[in-house]
Write a protein that binds this ligand. Structure first.
Ligand SMILES: [Zn+2]
Length: 198
């Protein structure tokens, strides 16, 4: 029995050694950090600032879009710096006829069937409405933000009513939020006063 005979043949030893080395090489990439660890670390770095802001942090007043031209209106402003419309405005809504329009302080809002006199959206909606005169009544917002309704001096045949009360011819009657304005017998509008957002 010699040493040479007892040991494995050299070529077999080499092949085994190569196999082991190959296995080691294959396992090496698994020791690198998996890709998701990078994402985790990134999220920690991009943590949002604490909310609510601590004392000493000033929050700028937020502008709101103008109802008339959609330009930014600074918080607290009474009129739009772009189109000059008052922030406080009238919203006139009716389901029959279908009307939903807004009107500010730039002149009176005329209600009637005459397309050359009344607000276009109103004239279209009132077209063919029984009991509504061609020039029926007007609503105006004065610079102090108050709303007033007057019947047209042509004396509409079927009258104008605020919350069921007939408007005396020639009178100027105040309107408030939630009032109902009726032209003639059937055609009624809800008055809503839109205030600037708080
Ligand atoms: Zn505007």
């Amino acid at each position: 029995m010699t040493d040479e005979a007892g040991g494995p043949p050299r070529y077999v030893d080499k092949a085994l050694a190569e196999d082991v080395v190959l296995d080691d090489e294959r396992e090496e990439p698994e020791e690198e950090p998996p890709p998701w660890r990078d994402d985790d670390e990134r999220e920690e770095r991009d943590e949002p600032p604490p909310w609510p802001p601590g004392p000493g942090t000033s929050v700028a007043p937020r502008p709101h879009p103008c109802w008339s031209c959609a330009a930014d209106v600074p918080s607290g402003a009474s009129a739009c710096p772009s189109c000059d419309e008052s922030v406080r405005h009238l919203r006139l809504v009716s389901t029959r006829p279908q009307v939903d329009l807004r009107h500010g302080g730039c002149g009176p809002l005329h209600l009637g069937r005459d397309p050359c006199w009344a607000a276009p959206a109103v004239a279209v909606a009132l077209d063919g409405e029984q009991g509504v005169s061609r020039r029926h009544a007007s609503i105006e917002m004065t610079p102090d933000g108050a709303l007033w309704l007057t019947e047209h001096p042509g004396r509409p045949l079927n009258g104008t009513f605020v919350n069921g009360e007939r408007v005396p011819p020639g009178d100027r009657v105040p309107l408030a939020d939630e009032d109902t304005v009726r032209l003639g017998t059937y055609c009624a509008f809800k008055v809503m006063v839109a205030e600037p957002p708080a």
